[in-house]
Design a protein around this ligand. Sequence first.
Ligand code: KG4
Ligand code: ZN
Length: 332
Amino acid sequence: MYILGIESTCDETAAAIVQDGRTLISNVISTSVKEQALYGGVVPEIASRRHVEYISATVEKALADASMEMKDIDAVAVTFAPGLIGAVLVGVNFAKGLSYASGKPLVPVHHLRGHIAANYLTHPDLKPPFLCLVASGGHSHIVMVEDWCRYRVLGRTVDDAAGEAFDKVARTLGLPYPGGPSVSAAAKGGNPRAYHLPTPHVEGKYNVSFSGLKTAVINEVHNAEQRGETINVSDMAASFQERIAQILAKKLLAAAADTGAKVVCLAGGVAANGRLRQLVNDGVQKLGAKVYLPELKYCGDNGAMIAAQGYYEYLDGNIADLTLNGLPTLPI
Ligand code: KG4
Ligand code: ZN
């Protein structure tokens, strides 16, 4: 089965074709990230307008790269929630038009389910049940993936998402958006023990909280300014990255130990973080479980992950009609 996946929840307009949820046929990503970087973060209206401009050519290229036409596609999968609503609606409406015109089934996909499914593209033998940390710009969830389309959320952030914390800390340190890659780059060569940053206490064994950590960085920067000093950006980036990676890995590993999970995965934009990958890889191996990490190219938003999950949603009978709407929030 060939599924065309369409994604437009944030600043990436993406389309891809995936065979049977596993094999990548084509993958096209158009992004407004450079323009968003001028504003220090995603401006929702700009994101929506760029999706409107990019989406036709992006989908056409995904088909052309695969040497396919709509007649060769078995279903159109689209992210319908959660995300910036104006952005989401562009993808949803485009997919509806495509489904209407081609007569192919329309498959609604939850964005975080898509992020988790990015792992299926890299690891052909991966199948539920497994434990997954999904950390993106909007969400930080520790999820037990019980079945292809059945999830149990064990923990979540009680305030900022991990990616959001990277983005805000980057801004405080004068580093460009998106903050994850720029903090990571700045952290190279920095001393992760230079600044003592707190590990916030939070109720719920697998919950995380990052607003206190972010505030601690802001305070260090302000205090240094008041003393007429400047912060060492590389050391602060390294200290922050170390702390947030330790917090995420510790919670995930605790959940893995308690549930006896045999397989542990990472997903979402923050899953590209090298230090987090290292800590999780080492920790899961110590537990005697298997660790599967998504390829870096599938960590950020893309259409392939939506097509991959779309396959399993289709098999599960999750077919939408043409009244499908987008939603800004929705539990996984
Ligand atoms: O999954 P994603 O591409 O979009 C959302 O669904 O939000 O995640 C984007 C987030 C951004 O906050 C970005 O700063 C973060 O992922 N990110 C990273 C890295 N690459 C991207 N965070 C930490 N380390 C990275 N290498
Ligand atoms: Zn995402």
